[in-house]
Design a protein. Structure first.
Length: 194
């Protein structure tokens, strides 16, 4: 249960970080008239014209065929929907997809902005993650020696340890998930067989 909760939180944070960039530049900031006083500006979104900010869809308005313009609804999942499966035994593919849709709908509702496209969420085993993220595999010998000296000087590794191996062992066992901007995907690291 704790692992699923952790993975869900990581996915939600990553989804939030994907769309936060456009929030400050949206129509709310541009729609305040110069004649408004500081008090009326501080009162919030109620002063914004009705058509400037999309409102979240109601559960009745949420349909699986809706496009990306409906806020708070993603692939037929409303942001207030409750999941009907048991997460304590991990998630299968359909449950992960349902959780992703619910999280995307909730993030849309909070941001008041729709996603333009689906956010890919993938799972990899801990072993795959550690093999893919092993640092310094293609580094020159001179770089490895320099890197070892830096970490030794910081008292992070001892004289006999390889800094890359030690750092990989720490992060390889601690990372639960991450967002890769270069690959535009969210990756959840799960135990073998989940």
């Amino acid at each position: 249960m704790r692992r699923v909760l952790t993975l869900s939180v990581v996915a939600a944070i990553a989804l939030l970080s994907l769309g936060v960039g456009g929030v400050a530049a949206g129509p709310v900031a541009d729609s305040v008239a110069p004649s408004q006083t500081a008090d009326s500006v501080a009162s919030g979104p109620t002063d914004v014209a009705a058509g400037d900010v999309p409102r979240s869809a109601t559960a009745a308005e949420c349909d699986a065929g809706d496009g990306t313009e409906v806020v708070g609804c993603w692939n037929g999942t409303h942001y207030e929907a409750e999941l009907s499966f048991n997460q304590s035994d991990g998630l299968n593919e359909s449950e992960l997809e349902a959780l992703t849709h619910l999280t995307m709908a909730r993030v849309e509702h909070i941001r008041e902005r729709p996603f333009r496209e689906d956010v890919p969420v993938e799972t990899v085993s801990r072993e795959e993650f550690m093999n893919d993220s092993a640092g310094g595999n293609n580094s020159s010998e001179a770089f490895r020696r320099w890197n070892d000296q830096v970490w030794e000087a910081l008292f992070v590794v001892g004289e006999e340890e390889n800094a890359n191996d030690e750092i990989d062992s720490v992060f390889g066992g601690a990372v639960s998930g991450f967002y890769s901007p270069a690959q535009d995907r969210i990756v959840l690291v799960v135990a073998e067989g989940e």
